[in-house]
Every structure is written in structure tokens, then in C-alpha cells.
Ligand binder design. Structure first.
Ligand code: 13P
Length: 255
């Protein structure tokens, strides 16, 4: 059985002070180990240390980053390496988010290099795919997601795939308040699992968690998480509020 992953992507929000406040306000229940549910937050780089130090002792909430570079070290001004994230204790790194693709020119080739580097360092990549509105309107959404999936995961083995999380984030649903319907999400998640089956094997495709992202919040999480191929959420806006994030974890634990 795939456990549910509730992952918060804080994007360019929450400096160290707000990060400490967040952990102080997170409900005790959210810190507890829950069978079948994993929770993680991905703060900006400068708040990672504070996230680790302000998390309650024994907290089950994991911590991840929002990006990483694919080189080991060297003259890459402004970049952060996987070894640096590992040294802090990061479990996850979000890769290929649509905002990285759109504003920072990341393509599947770059994302693929980052995925390989994260895997080599033992950090779980959360690999994002998803179409923009015009692609959905043109009925090209399956082709786009197929290409992104194959490109970002090129050259990986079945064993690598086991250590990966995919996030389907339709760009038209990100930060817009518009959510994919549970049926739309299920349709695409099942399509992605089918693609993973063709690219790798059914055995490993059945293990991989596929998260949904795009205006997920306590009010709609239940029906999305009930879908058989929706294995969690990558949550932006609603992950910034300790009460919403605690609620999302509680909702996941009821599935
Ligand atoms: P929102 O939940 O704010 O729509 O953001 C989704 C997202 O991009 C998570 O990575």
C-alpha cells in the first residue's frame, strides 16, 4: 500500500522567524507519527536550519527543499548542492516545479540531471509535471505530461523510481483557487501510473506515490485523496497556515 504524503511547498514565503512561529503553532497531532501518512514542509533555503531547530523533538514532520543544483560544488553563484541539503538533514527536494520551468528556464533535461543527483545523495525528489491551460484546452494535456514524465525520469532504473515521488500539478489550478475535479485528477494520475508502467514496470509503478497539487485545501482534500491514484498533496497556499496544514494531515489520516 502507498502511504499518503502531505507536502507543503512554501515557495518564496516564510523567513526564519515565520518558520519558527509555524512550528510553534502546528498542532501536536500534526507532529505525531501516523500510520499510512507522511507529512513534510519545504521552506525556502534560508529557513531550512530554523525549520530543523524549531521542529518539536520527535516530530514526524519531515523537511525538504524547493530546488537544488545538479553539480557537486564549485563556481555556481547562488546555487545550493545536494550534499548541503543532506548535511542539514533534508529528506525531500521538489524538482521541476512549473514555476521553475516558467520563470527559471528549467526543462526536462535539467530536471533529469537534478533528479539523478538527488537520488545519488539519498534525497527523495518530488518531481512535478503538469500542463498549462491552453494545453488542456487543446486537448494536449496527456501528451505534455507524458513528455515531461519521460524526460524528467530518463535513464532511471526501477530501483531509482521506487525512491521518487511524482506530483501532478495542473498549472491552471496553481494559486488560482480553481482545483482539478477529483475525476480530472484521477484521470491524469492513472494516466501517469500507466506511463510509469510502460517506462519501468507495473510492480514499481504501483509503488510510486503521485501527489496532486493545485489549490488543495482542507475543503477539497478529502475528495481528492479518496481517488485511488491520488496518494497525497503538494500544497502551496494552504500549507502556510499551521491550522490548515494540521487539518490536511488530519484529513489524510481519515482516508
Ligand atoms: P497552491 O496550493 O497555492 O495552488 O500551490 C500549489 C503548488 O504549486 C504546490 O507546489
Amino acid at each position: 500500500m502507498r502511504s499518503i504524503l502531505i507536502a507543503g511547498n512554501w515557495k518564496m514565503n516564510m523567513g526564519p522567524k515565520e518558520t519558527a512561529d509555524f512550528f510553534a503553532q502546528l498542532e501536536d497531532a500534526a507532529h505525531k507519527e501516523i500510520t499510512g501518512v507522511e507529512a513534510a514542509v519545504c521552506p525556502p533555503f534560508v529557513s531550512l536550519s530554523t525549520a530543523f531547530s524549531s521542529r518539536k523533538a520527535g516530530s514526524a514532520v519531515k523537511i525538504g527543499a524547493q530546488n537544488v543544483h545538479y553539480e557537486d560544488n564549485g563556481a555556481f553563484t547562488g546555487e545550493i548542492s545536494t550534499a548541503m541539503l543532506k548535511e542539514l538533514g533534508c529528506d525531500f527536494v521538489i524538482l521541476g516545479h512549473s514555476e521553475r520551468r516558467e520563470y527559471f528556464g528549467e526543462d526536462d533535461k535539467i530536471i533529469n540531471k537534478k533528479v539523478k543527483k538527488a537520488l545519488a545523495e539519498g534525497i527523495t525528489p518530488i518531481v512535478c509535471v503538469g500542463e498549462v491551460l491552453s494545453e488542456r484546452k487543446d486537448k494536449r494535456h496527456f501528451d505534455v505530461v507524458k513528455e515531461q514524465t519521460a524526460g524528467s525520469l530518463a535513464g532511471l532504473s526501477d530501483d531509482d523510481l521506487r525512491k521518487i515521488v511524482i506530483a501532478y500539478e495542473p498549472v491552471w489550478a496553481i494559486g488560482t483557487g480553481e482545483t482539478a475535479s477529483p475525476e480530472q485528477a484521477q484521470e491524469m494520475h492513472s494516466f501517469i501510473r500507466g506511463e510509469l508502467t510502460s517506462l519501468f514496470s507495473k510492480e514499481v509503478a504501483d509503488i510510486v506515490r503521485i501527489l496532486y497539487g493545485g489549490s488543495m485545501k482542507p475543503g477539497n482534500a478529502g475528495e481528492l485523496l479518496q481517488q485511488p491514484d491520488v496518494d497525497g498533496g503538494l500544497i502551496g497556499g494552504a500549507s502556510l497556515k499551521p491550522s490548515d496544514f494540521s487539518n490536511l494531515i488530519a484529513i489524510a489520516s481519515e482516508q
